[in-house]
Design a protein around this ligand. Sequence first.
Ligand SMILES: Cc1cc2nc3c(=O)[nH]c(=O)nc-3n(C[C@H](O)[C@H](O)[C@H](O)COP(=O)(O)O)c2cc1C
Length: 495
Amino acid sequence: MMGLSFRDKNILGPMVRVGTLPMRLLALDYGADIVYSEELVDIKMLQCKRVVNDVLHTVDYVSPTERVIFQTCERERHSVVFQMGTADAERALTVAKLIQNDIAAIDINMGCPKEYSTKGGMGAALLLCPEKIEMILSTLVKGISKPITCKIRILPSLTETISLVKLIEKTGVAAIAVHGRSKNERPQHPVHCDVIKAISQAVSIPVIANGGSQEFIRQFQDISAFRSVTSASSVMLARAAMWNPSVFRPEGMLPVETVIRDYIAYAVQYDNHYTNTKYCLCQMLRDQLESPLGKRLHAAQSTLEICEVFEMSDFYESCRVAQKAKKADLQSVGLVAALENDDAEDRNIISLPIRFDKRNYMSQITPKMLLLEWCRKRKLPQPVYHTVQRPVDKFFQSVVKVDEMQYASTLWDKSKKLAEQSAAIVCLHTLGLTEIKMNESDFAQKRKRKLQCQEDEGTRSLKEEHNKKLHQNGSEHRPLIQDATTFANQSGTHN
Ligand SMILES: Cc1cc2nc3c(=O)[nH]c(=O)nc-3n(C[C@H](O)[C@H](O)[C@H](O)COP(=O)(O)O)c2cc1C
């Protein structure tokens, strides 16, 4: 089977609530080779929509209630194993097809002893249905191009366990993870290393030994000791990594305070739900939960409040500002698209991601002026600017109409003036006019027009003053000016 290999690997085990994106990325940073997602049930996944999140650079599987059920990103694409809860081969295949391009492998959970899993025939309930196991695994192996694995618990007798793993091996799975406890044994019961060892010797596919946290594995060096004692190909850590994911660091564990800050950085970056972040941090704080710090964490009701507890509010703010800016840029593309979709006349629109930078222009010669002069010389109507303001951040975007075509920047600007300049640049670029210059006579003409405008403006003020006085004196309404004089073009001055 091409793709991810499960030999000689240190693996983050699947953990509900804990195994979300921040924890998986952190485990990879610290040295884990493979990271399993938390178990996600097939029926829930079937309702999800795959959404590419361009702001966070993630792929999100979003439920009808807009909750992100599974979030992943490029960084983990070749290392993440998606763990599925299922009792039905066809359903499992449908989900597997939906997600296969975003993940490295798919695992079927056959070890969860919890009632919510077993009563639906999933998790450890599957261990009693070998035909179903065979059907699910072989359907996935045949139907999916990524490696398939499964995670089991041991059965009451070694003979049963061995015949089960042999049946599993025949389905063509890439590896088998073994939690060395039976369905009724709890985490505090000793792990059966001897049974894992017997399984490792009975099959030729990689066996991933699991169940050694607390009893065996407290630091990095213990991982290889657990591998040796179980003769397994690889080791999977759950609780040891939940308490401190830097257990994967060959250089040694980091203090939990450092790990917490690293975790929060990912949680903020990927907009992790604060309840999930809080849950994971509480697992890391463990015996410090009753400390003043632990109490403050407990009281936090948002990601910002969590950041405040760990003095990371500045990081939170800068991350959010960057995300907002990114969102604004992306929304701007959306607005231009909306303009493009307007009525037929408006479809003549050309858009480019250009922003006005006044350092690129001589002090008095702006893109708007260049465009206006160009239109005048060709006896074209003056450019007409149409500007909109976006409510979310009050930024502006402008469209300029020149000779029956429209030009707009896909980027948003801080002011109406800047937005108009950006639109003008798009037009100049499109028409190949980036090199045009204004000569002396153009300037002379411009100065003349400006003077004329100032005079008009002065006259208008005088007339308005006059009208006002007439009005105050109770005279009949006989204003000298009916409307305000318009000048230049409809969009205002060409500054
Ligand atoms: C919080 C938590 C959540 C878990 N969720 C899952 C799960 O979603 N799927 C699964 O197969 N096992 C799950 N497990 C079991 C672990 O993957 C693992 O089999 C068990 O903890 C023994 O390994 P350890 O000694 O390294 O902790 C979970 C364990 C914990 C502590």
